[in-house]
Design a protein around this ligand. Sequence first.
Ligand code: FBP
Length: 549
Amino acid sequence: MSQISALQKARAAYAPKLPAALQNGAAVVVTEGAATQSVADCDKISALFPKTYGSPVLTFAAGKESNLPAINVGVILSGGQAPGGHNVIAGLFDGIKSLNADSRLFGFLKGPDGLVKDEVMELKSDFIDSYRNTGGFDMIGSGRTKLETEEQFQLAEKHCKALNISALVIIGGDDSNTNACVLAEYFKAHDSGIQVIGCPKTIDGDLKNEWIEASFGFDTACRVYSELIGNLCRDANSAKKYWHFVKLMGRSASHIALECALQTHPNAAIVSEEVAAKKQTLEEIVDKLASIVANRGNAGLNFGIILVPEGLVEFIPNIKTLIAELNDILAANAASVESLDALGKANFAAGKLSEASAKTFNALPEGIRKQLCNDRDPHGNVQVSLIETEKMLAEMVGNRLKAMKSEGSYKGKFATQTHFFGYEGRCAAPSNYDADYCYSLGFNAAALIGAGRTGYMSSVRNTTKKASEWISGGIPITMMMNIEHRHGVDKPVIRKALVELDGAPFKFFASVREDWAIKTDYVYPGPIQYFGPSEVCDLITKTLELEKK
Ligand code: FBP
C-alpha cells in the first residue's frame, strides 16, 4: 500500500476496547456451565458430533500472566466481506502474543481454498498493524469454498501440521461455522491435536441467538446504507419528484432492511419474513405499495422511499415454488441448456413449468425471468443479489398506478429511481462498535485456544453496555445446530436467524409504519463518526437496542 487516506492514518491509532475479562491478556479464568444440547434434533446432532457434542457454555474472567508455551495458529476469512474482519485477526494476533510472545499467526489465503491448496502466509506485526481498524478482507482474501469432504479435511490436517499449527480460527457465517464444527469433530476424532474456533461474521445479521448477540459487520454496513438512504430521503424531500426503490443486501433474512428502516423512517419497507408468514403474493405486495404511493400522491406528495430486502423473491410463496421448479428443470436439463443464454434458458424452462408456476413466470417482466434463470451460486442458490427486484417492483407499481388513474382512484405523478445498496457497505471501515466487537471476538478466540477448547464459537455478549462490561466466553457450535433438508439431503446446520415477527424490532416497526407511510418523517443518520463525542461515535443498532430493552 503506497498511499493511505488521512482517515485511515488517523484511524490506525484507535485502540479497540476489550471486555474486562480480556484486559489482562488471553489467559483467562474459565467457568463452565452445564452440558448443552442442540436447539433441535438432539439425537441426530449428537450422533453426528460424538466428540464435540454437549460441551458446556464457557464464561471468562480475567486471569493472571500466561505460562503457556508458544503456539502456531491459522486463520481463515470465509464468505462475503464484512466490516471488522481485519480487527478480528488483529485481536487474535494480540491475544496469542499475550499467551506467549513467540506464538505465530498464519493466514490461509482466499478463504477455505487456501487451507486446502496450502496457500498461506505468516502474518507479522508490521503487516497486521497496517490493517488495524480498516474495512475489507484484503489482508488475506476470502472465498466461498465449502469445507465438507474427507479429502479436504485430510489436506487441511496435512497443511496445518506442516506449519505446526495447533489451532485454526474460521471467521464466517452460519455455513462456514457449521463447517468449522464439522472440521473440529474430524480433527478430534482423528486425534490431530488441532483445535477449531469459529467467529460470527456476516453483514446479513442472521447468525445470532441467545449467546451470539450480533454477527460482526451488520452494524457498520447498516450505518453505511442508512446514511445513503437518509441522503436519498433528503433528496426526495427537496426535489419532491421521485419515488426511490432501494434494494438492500441480505441473502435471506430482512434484518438489514428492517434496521435501515428503523434508522431512517422510509414510507415503506418490505420484510420478507412477514410476506412469507402472511403468504402474500407479488400482486398483493404491489397493491400495498401502490396504495401507499397513491395516498401520498393524492395528498400532493409525489415522492417517497421504499426499502426492498434482497431476498424477497424467495419468500413470496408462489415465486418460491417457481424457483424450486426452475432449479429442478435447469439441473435436470443441464446439458441442453448449457449453451443457451439467459433468455434461451427462460424460454426453455417456461415450457416445462407446472401450470401455476408458468402463470407466475409469464407475469414477471422479461428481465426478471432471465435473471431467475441465471447460473446458481456454488451452493445451488439463486444469486438474489443479481435479481433486480427493485426495478421489478417499480415497474409493477407503475402499471398498477396507471390502472388506478384510469379508475379515478389516483391523481398523482409517479417517477422512479432505483438503487441497490450491498457491496457499498461490506468493506467500510468498521464503526466503533464493530472495531471493538471484532477485536474482542478475535482476542477472545485466542482465550478459547489458550483454554484448550475446540468446536466453540467466540462469544462476546452484553454489548449494549460499555465494553468493560461485555461478557466474553465460548459457545459450543453444536448447541446452535439443527437438521435441515438442503438440496435433497438432511444436513446438520446452524439455525439461521430470520426476522422474528414477534420480536421487538419488527413489532416497533409495525406500530409506526402506517404513520411513516403517509407522513414525511425521515431521519437523516449521516455518515459513521469515528471521532467525537461518544453519543455519535459509540452507537449500537436499533435492532440490538430494541432486542435488549
Ligand atoms: P455472507 O453470508 O457470506 O456473509 O455473505 C452475505 C452477502 O453479502 C449477502 O448479503 C449477499 O447476497 C451475498 O453475500 C453476495 O455474495 P457475493 O459476494 O458472492 O456476490
